[in-house]
Write a protein that binds this ligand. Structure first.
Ligand SMILES: Nc1ncnc2c1ncn2[C@@H]1O[C@H](COP(=O)(O)OP(=O)(O)OP(=O)(O)O)[C@@H](O)[C@H]1O
Ligand SMILES: [Mg+2]
Length: 251
């Protein structure tokens, strides 16, 4: 089987998390999909929530579970994510690709772990030439009723279970900044690296992304955080070309 690359498209790249507007930046989305189209490798795509996920989840406290939120609010976030997902699916089909959507709320629960059944689905899809597409979502949880499952978690999990060659987190900054007043990124981050993090979203922002990246790096997967807002970066990163970014290594 061809080597697999897992790509996470940050919601920060294709939506406006600052204003919370429920509009997709279609030119950015189209450009990134064009860049992904070039790969010969097996591709699995994960997209984040951006304004479609984080803004609503925060408003209704969906990340805190049923005790603080409601099943109706959880449904609202799921529907909003399905909406964003369908725009991405439409765009991929328009561009001649063959995506296959795997909404987490329909196939995962609790810790969001992929078991034999989900793994079989993924491999069947890849073997048929589909690009599996999944995303940060609300999933059912036996203890809290429901919870948010982060796209960053899914991306690392998929990289590990599919023994991917590479995991690329595309976001809207060049990589991980060491502190507030230094905008030169760290070229490498390992499990001991300390850096600042201001988290405004519901899934732990850059800190959680690095944590998930470390999990994949530990499993031997080449893991990068790149600026997907810069044209050409995604295409270069998935094919292993060197770009300005943060590489995540275990030690
Ligand atoms: N130390 C840091 N280094 C880099 N970015 C940081 C740091 N601390 C905070 N950030 C912020 O983290 C943001 C990226 O994380 P964020 O979770 O918002 O994006 P994303 O994962 O691409 O989007 P989504 O969660 O919707 O998929 C950057 O826009 C940046 O402002
Ligand atoms: Mg995020």
């Amino acid at each position: 089987m061809k080597p697999t690359v897992i790509v996470k498209i940050g919601g920060s790249v294709i939506t406006d998390k600052n204003t919370g507007s429920l509009k997709v930046n279609t030119s950015e989305l189209r450009r990134i999909i064009d860049e992904l189209s070039s790969t010969e490798l097996n591709l699995v795509l994960v997209h984040g929530g951006g304004s479609f996920g984080h803004t609503l989840a925060k408003k209704y406290l969906v990340h805190k579970g049923k005790q603080y939120s409601s099943t109706h609010a959880a449904s609202k976030v799921m529907v909003s994510m399905m909406h964003l997902n369908s725009i991405i699916m439409d765009t991929m089909v328009e561009k001649g690709l063959s995506p296959l959507s795997l909404p987490p709320h329909a196939i995962l629960s609790d810790q969001g772990r992929f078991r034999a059944y989900q793994k079989k689905l993924l491999n069947l899809a890849l073997n048929q030439g589909f690009i599996p597409v999944t995303f940060g979502d609300v999933i059912l949880d036996q203890k809290t009723g429901f919870k948010i499952l982060s796209g960053d978690f899914l991306a690392a999990e998929l990289a590990i279970i599919l023994q991917a060659k590479r995991l690329v987190f595309g976001t809207n900054v060049d990589g991980v900044f060491p502190n507030l007043d230094d905008n030169r990124i760290l070229r490498e981050v390992n499990r001991s690296t300390k850096f600042f993090s201001v988290t405004t979203d519901v899934t732990g922002g850059i800190q959680y992304k690095v944590k998930q990246g470390l999990r994949a790096a530990r499993a031997g997967i080449e893991t990068l955080i790149i600026n997907a807002s810069k044209p050409g970066n995604m295409k270069a990163a998935i094919s292993g070309q060197k770009i300005l970014c943060t590489k995540i290594v275990w030690e």
